[in-house]
Design a protein around this ligand. Structure first.
Ligand SMILES: [Zn+2]
Length: 335
C-alpha cells in the first residue's frame, strides 16, 4: 500500500448547549447560507427558526438525489439528526461539492464523522467513500436525552468492532488483503472502551455518552485513515444489511449489528458469550424475536449475508449457508 492520504474532519466540537446556538456556530465557521437536512422529528425539535431545510424521510438514493436538487445557492449542508440525515447530507455534499457539517442528535452509529455514505438503493446496501464532514458539532446535553434504544444501538455498532477487526485479519491471512495494524488497533480500542464504560453508557451519564461518542467519532476517523469502512464493518454488518434487505427497509442499524456480532463471534470461534453478556448489560437485544425478526428470516439473513457485498469475512471462509446459519443461531440462542 503506497497511498499516504488521510481524510479527517477539520474540527470536532463537543459543547453543551451548542445546538441552541447553531446558526451562530455555523456563521462562525464562515458560512452564511446553510441548508439543513432534517426529518420530521429533528425539524420540529432542533431546526433553527426560519432556517432553510430539506426533508429526508428515508436514507435512500432517491431521497438523497431529491435533497441534492434542493440546495442550490447554499454554501453549506448541515445534516442534523440521526444517521439518515447525516448520510443524505454527505451524499448531497458529494454530488454538489458543497461542504458538509454533521450535527448528530443521537449517538446511534459511527456514520457521524465517517467518510462513508451509507444509503439504500432499491433495498440493497449502497456504500460510497466520500470524505468526512468538514465539521462535526456535538451537543452532549442533547445526546444524554436520546431515547434508550438509540444509545443501545450506538453501543451495538461499536461492539461490532470485536468481529469486524478480526474479519479483516482473516481476509489478510486467507487472501493477502492489506491489513492496517494502526487502524485495526484503534477500532478495537473503541470496543474495549465502551465495554468498560457500559454501565455509564446504559445510565446515559455525561461521562458514558462522552465515551460512546468518542468511540463513534474515532471509528469515523479510522475509516478516513483507511479510506474504507473495512476496519469497522465485517460479517456482523453484512448480517445487518441482509436483514434490511429481507425486511425491505432499514432496521435499527446498531441493534442489528450487535446481534450480528454474537453470531459472527460464534463463527470466528471467539467469546460470543461475552458479547451477549455486554449487550444484555446495556439492555440491547440478543434474540431475533426481540427485534421482531422471525426464525426463518434470521436464518436466511445469515445465509445470504456474504452475497450482499464483495468483502471477505468469516462467512466466506466457512462458506456459511442455511445449515451452518441455523446451527449457529440455535447454539447462541439468537433463535
Ligand atoms: Zn455500523
Amino acid at each position: 500500500m503506497n497511498r499516504r492520504e488521510i481524510d479527517l474532519p477539520s474540527r470536532v466540537v463537543l459543547r453543551p448547549g451548542l445546538i441552541s446556538e447553531l446558526p451562530d456556530v455555523i456563521e462562525s465557521l464562515g458560512y452564511s447560507h446553510p441548508v439543513y437536512i432534517v426529518d420530521r422529528f429533528t425539524e420540529e425539535h432542533f431546526l433553527p427558526e426560519g432556517a432553510r431545510a430539506c426533508r429526508a424521510p428515508e436514507a435512500t438514493i432517491e431521497v438523497a438525489e431529491h435533497a441534492a436538487s434542493c440546495v442550490s445557492g447554499a454554501d453549506v449542508v448541515v445534516g442534523i439528526g440521526g444517521g439518515k440525515n447525516i448520510d443524505v447530507a454527505k451524499y448531497v455534499g458529494w454530488k454538489t461539492g458543497i461542504p458538509v457539517v454533521s450535527v448528530p442528535t443521537i449517538p446511534s452509529h459511527d456514520g457521524v464523522a465517517s467518510p462513508m455514505i451509507s444509503l439504500s438503493d432499491s433495498g440493497r446496501p449502497y456504500s460510497q467513500y466520500f470524505r468526512p464532514p468538514h465539521y462535526v458539532l456535538v451537543d452532549p446535553d442533547v445526546l444524554v436525552n436520546a431515547p434508550d434504544r438509540f444509545v443501545r444501538a450506538g453501543f451495538g455498532d461499536v461492539v461490532g468492532k470485536y468481529t469486524s477487526v478480526y474479519d479483516w485479519w482473516i481476509a489478510h491471512v486467507d487472501t493477502g488483503e492489506y491489513f492496517g495494524r494502526y487502524s485495526a488497533s484503534l477500532a478495537y480500542l473503541t470496543f474495549r472502551h465502551v465495554v468498560r464504560a457500559r454501565k455509564a453508557i446504559a445510565g446515559k451519564t455525561h461521562e458514558g455518552i462522552n465515551v460512546l461518542m468518542e468511540a463513534l467519532v474515532t471509528n469515523g476517523i479510522v475509516m478516513g485513515i483507511q479510506h474504507s469502512s473495512r476496519p469497522a464493518s465485517g460479517s456482523e454488518h453484512m448480517i445487518s444489511h441482509a436483514l434490511d434487505y429481507l425486511r425491505g427497509k432499514k432496521g435499527m442499524h446498531g441493534l442489528q449489528v450487535g446481534l450480528g456480532t454474537i453470531i459472527a463471534a460464534y463463527f470466528q470461534g471467539r467469546d460470543w458469550e461475552r458479547i451477549r453478556k455486554v449487550l444484555e448489560d446495556v439492555g440491547a437485544p440478543v434474540t431475533a424475536e426481540t427485534l421482531g425478526i422471525s426464525e426463518d428470516m434470521m436464518i436466511k439473513a445469515v445465509a445470504i449475508a456474504r452475497t450482499l457485498r464483495d468483502r471477505y469475512t468469516i462467512l466466506h471462509r466457512l462458506s456459511v449457508g442455511e445449515e451452518l446459519a441455523r446451527q449457529a443461531l440455535k447454539a447462541t440462542e439468537v433463535i
